[in-house]
Design a protein around this ligand. Sequence first.
Ligand SMILES: N[C@@H](CCC(=O)N[C@@H](CS)C(=O)NCC(=O)O)C(=O)O
Ligand SMILES: [Fe+2]
Length: 234
Amino acid sequence: MSTEFIFEQLFDETSSTLTYIVGDAVTREALILDPVDHQLERDLGVLAAHGLTLVLALETHAHADHITAAGELRRRTGAKAAAPFNCGIDPADLHVEDGTAIRVGSETLTAIETPGHTAGSVCYRWRDAVFTGDTLFIGGCGRADFQGGDAGALYDSIVGRLFTLPDATRVFPGHDYRSHRVSTIGAEKRTNPRLAGKSRDEFIALMAALNLPKPKLIDIAVPANRNLGLPHGG
Ligand SMILES: N[C@@H](CCC(=O)N[C@@H](CS)C(=O)NCC(=O)O)C(=O)O
Ligand SMILES: [Fe+2]
């Protein structure tokens, strides 16, 4: 593994989505994780500013609240698209499963299947960090009430998979609704109000009582995202 890498965390105000770019500073190849449709030009600009060639657009899950730019980035740049196997994103070039190693130059991301927010949700471990998608947020977690979501499975994914990573592992979530940007596994174990000191049953009860309104875009976004954000037939 080269020690030289490029890393960018980018925020979309409209959907509170965090998008990430990971690049190899030597080969200048890069991937983008969870890109948002209307941030396409921003993201191409960031890649160009670093002199990076996009080789992969990667998803943590089929999003319910915004549309991915993965398909359009593939069309514009020739990058491949990768998505979790269980998300129904059929046109992806690569379907990610537990343990799948995603290589970009000499950087490697390793997939961890973390069902719960959706049935197919995946997190990605990279160096001393983990990209947690909507499985684990800073001081919160994704909801579990649609797309095969399951609060018990979410608890098992967070506690059984993410919380068994080293405490110093940095946590980069897929959304943040309160201006947080990075945490650690150790800090989330100690202080995340959804999880710290909570039993599995208490977590399930807490999630069942959230009663959140459904995301405004869900009926448009989920079918679009299963087609990498492109219009069907497009
Ligand atoms: N108000 C937002 C809600 C977005 C939403 O529900 N986001 C999901 C992730 S796709 C979530 O897990 N939110 C957690 C929460 O709101 O506590 C919208 O309409 O888009
Ligand atoms: Fe989500």
